[in-house]
Design a protein around this ligand. Structure first.
Ligand code: ZN
Length: 291
């Protein structure tokens, strides 16, 4: 396709508003708990406004555990994801691709295109394709490869194409090569931080079993369900603390109120979806103090 036509399709001249009212958001992760860590607070804020949020795990989580695996673990992970979604009022779908074996195939790309189209998404969130885990990397590639294709009617013809390319965002991460994450949008989650912890707490097999085991901290996890949730709320895994490099974007939109923000989630706007103006960002993220 000609580059100028491509630009015209991506930078739409349509008025500044979301594709849908209320805004519809879909987030992808490789494993049941990835979306929760990256955007659980944002999702809780949207859900509280009555906006529609869906989390999708591209794999069924049937490998990442020290003592369980296969179909039994997949069933457990799916139930945990359903419970996590229920706790903050969003949908949660776990696709049946194998954990630890995800590849950026045409088949999985089409699964992603269908999900975005069926959800009629205004915003799509995914990991960057730079990460320690191959499933995370390929989730980033798969969503990147679906962006733009979601508006092409001749592809995946069983699901109607979107008329407007959504805004595609990356979750924050710590990886610096080939380039570091850039915080374009930083949202305070102080008001929903305990809700986010409550959501993570539903993933028992992850936060109280597998992840502590990989860190050699399994013995530190309290046995009591109330005590372990308190432990999780102060664990670096869950804490979502504002990073110094997020401050500029935080101050840009919160002004003087930024100084008091403790917990936040940050997102980078990818180059491959619609490029929102500042006015549209404030429509899509209706959380910032009015200018
Ligand atoms: Zn993961």
């Amino acid at each position: 396709m000609h580059a100028s036509l491509l630009a015209a399709l991506c930078i739409s001249a349509l008025p500044v508003r979301a594709q849908n009212e209320p805004v519809r958001v879909i987030a992808f992760g490789a494993h049941p708990d990835d979306c929760d860590l990256g955007a659980g607070g944002l999702a809780a804020k949207y859900a509280a406004l009555g906006y529609k949020v869906k989390f999708v795990s591209l794999t069924n989580g049937d490998a990442g555990h020290q003592s369980q695996g296969g179909g039994q673990l997949a069933m457990r992970r799916r139930a945990e994801a359903q419970e996590a979604g229920r706790r903050i009022g969003i949908e949660y779908e776990v696709l049946d691709n194998h954990d630890g074996r995800l590849l950026p195939t045409l088949d999985v790309r089409e699964q992603v295109i269908r999900e975005i189209r069926q959800w009629k998404a205004d915003i799509v969130i995914a990991p960057r394709p730079n990460d320690y885990h191959p499933d995370h990397r390929y989730t980033g590639v798969l969503v990147q490869d679906a962006s733009y294709m979601v508006i092409v009617p001749n592809l995946v013809t069983d699901t109607p194409a979107l008329r407007r390319n959504p805004v595609f965002l990356y979750y924050s991460d710590r990886f610096t090569r080939p380039q570091a994450f850039r915080a374009d949008i930083v949202v305070s989650i102080d008001d929903v931080y305990l809700k986010k912890v409550d959501m993570l707490d539903a993933h028992v097999s992850q936060f109280y079993e597998w992840l502590p085991w990989t860190e050699g901290q399994l013995a530190d996890v309290p046995k009591d369900p109330v005590a372990r949730k308190t432990w999780l709320a102060t664990n670096p895994l869950a804490i979502s603390q504002v990073k110094p490099e997020w401050r500029e974007a935080l101050e840009k939109r919160y002004g003087a109120a930024a100084a008091a923000v403790q917990h936040a989630e940050a997102f980078e706007i990818t180059e491959y979806g619609r490029q929102p103006s500042e006015d549209e960002i404030r429509v899509l993220f209706p959380f910032f103090p009015k200018k």
